[in-house]
Design a protein around this ligand. Structure first.
Ligand code: AMP
Length: 177
């Protein structure tokens, strides 16, 4: 694991082997958000990075992207837009499907949640293969908004998610090789 500077969060991310299925090493961020100082540190670091980009809205990816995205939006003084799994948002939506190892997944966003030209950062807890993030960017761009970056607490660098997102600025506070 590498990081720039010592973050309290780096000591709190918990490895849970074989969750949600055998062979997956799950990076559990709940101990980070249970700790006020660590939660604040992560929020301020992501907000500091996003502020320089002139961000006008924060999009958070369900579900753990909500936990970090909403406080980052508050810190920046902009609104928060939830991007959710199929069937969860109540109003008119647009949808994007993406491939998983087995099968597909679909994410949605409210059609009126962003406007053309609006500068957006997309926040999630963790970057793995980049499939979820890439589908999220397609949704934001279909609404005419501009993805100025992706912010993550954790990046699993060995899964090469950055390659899928090579057109974008990626900011991850912790990276695991
Ligand atoms: P991906 O689309 O492969 O980049 O997967 C990213 C999404 O899956 C994020 O929303 C993560 O929360 C979740 N995820 C994938 N792999 C892990 C992992 N090893 N530990 C925790 N969450 C994960």
């Amino acid at each position: 694991m590498s990081e720039t500077g010592e973050l309290k969060a780096s000591r709190l991310v918990r490895d849970v082997p074989d969750f949600p299925k055998p062979g997956i090493l799950f990076k559990d961020i709940t101990p980070v958000v249970q700790d006020y100082e660590a939660l604040k540190e992560v929020t301020l670091k992501l907000a500091e990075w996003a502020r320089e980009k002139g961000v006008e809205a924060v999009v958070g990816i369900e579900a753990r992207g909500f936990i970090f995205g909403a406080p980052v939006a508050l810190e920046l003084g902009v609104g928060f837009v939830p991007l959710r799994k199929l069937g969860k948002l109540p109003y008119n939506c647009i949808a994007e499907e993406y491939a998983l190892e087995y099968g597909t997944n679909t994410v949605e966003i409210h059609s009126d949640s962003l406007h053309p030209g609006q500068k957006v950062v997309i926040i999630d807890d963790l970057l793995a293969t980049g499939g979820t993030a890439a589908a999220s960017a397609r949704l934001v761009e279909r609404l005419g908004a501009v993805v100025v970056g992706f912010g993550f607490l954790v990046e699993l660098a060995f899964l090469d998610g950055r390659k899928v997102l090579s057109a974008y600025d990626i900011h991850a506070l912790l990276s695991y090789d």
